[in-house]
Design a protein around this ligand. Structure first.
Ligand SMILES: [Zn+2]
Length: 263
């Protein structure tokens, strides 16, 4: 049996997750628990190497987003499969041995479906969803399908040590303009009080239906959306146990930078 300590910041639970019984392939984390490795402020500070691999992440979720070590592109998890979308726009499955410096996952079990008819911008979609969400004090996981007349997504190039802060690394991002694509948006809406730990507000990654391309959503025209939502009341955070994280400058000054690069 392997025990790993995690910090639970919601529900005031101090416990351990990631308990793996020999021969037990069942998920070890309950549905609709948000599990993340490291923090967005660490990523903003240039901590691009984590020690959690995808074999471990899959024990905590079948759905989510983030990146992979060395900031080598955008990561998206959907239906138990995890993809890396490199800065050339090409999506491929990650291996179980690959590691992530920042990832947010959950076993997605939607409780509510909202339909948003007509065409809207990404901004308008966020406003419509905010009107329908009854409380903004919980995290939400969201899976969105529909028609996408236009999507502006990005990916980031692999970095070499010594790593620059995220605000500099993102200057070399590649932007892709996708027209009339089918696919799925995977994302979260997180309360403002989680800023620094994660991206507050909405954060989506997209992958096309053929799983060939996608990226971090920047803007778009979206049409006739089906938005599946689950409310989350448990958050578990696994912090890296490496010198990069230990020595990183994770002071509270990263909020402005995070807003610049993650919106
Ligand atoms: Zn992102």
């Amino acid at each position: 049996m392997k025990l790993k300590p995690y910090i639970w910041i919601a529900g005031l639970t101090i416990t351990t997750v990631g308990v793996v019984l020999p021969g037990n392939s069942q998920p070890t984390t309950p549905a609709n628990t948000l599990f993340q490795t490291s923090t967005i402020s660490a990523l903003a500070a240039g901590v691009y190497d984590g020690d959690t691999n995808f074999q471990e992440l899959k024990k905590h979720g079948d759905f989510g987003l983030g990146t992979v070590n060395a900031l080598d592109g955008e990561m998206i998890g959907l239906d138990g499969k995890f993809y890396q979308i490199k800065s050339n726009g090409v999506a491929s499955l990650v291996s179980d041995q690959m590691k992530s410096p920042f990832a947010v996952v959950t076993f997605f079990k939607p409780q509510t479906t909202i339909r948003l008819p007509g065409q809207m911008t990404y901004q308008q979609m966020q406003q419509s969803l905010d009107q329908k969400i009854t409380t903004k004090n919980y995290p939400y996981a969201l899976r969105i399908q529909g028609n996408f007349p236009y999507l502006k997504v990005r990916s980031v190039p692999k970095q070499k040590p010594p790593y620059p802060p995220l605000v500099n690394a993102v200057k070399a991002q590649t932007i892709f303009e996708l027209k009339n694509v089918n696919g799925t948006l995977v994302g979260f809406r997180l309360p403002a009080y989680m800023a620094g730990v994660n991206v507050s507000g909405y954060h989506f990654h997209f992958i096309t239906k053929d799983k060939k391309t996608g990226g971090h959503l920047l803007d778009g025209q979206l049409q006739n959306l089906q938005v599946e939502i689950s409310k989350i009341s448990n958050v578990a955070i696994n912090l890296p146990k490496n010198p990069g994280f230990a020595q990183g400058d994770l002071g509270d000054g990263r909020a402005v930078e995070i807003n610049q690069v993650e919106r």
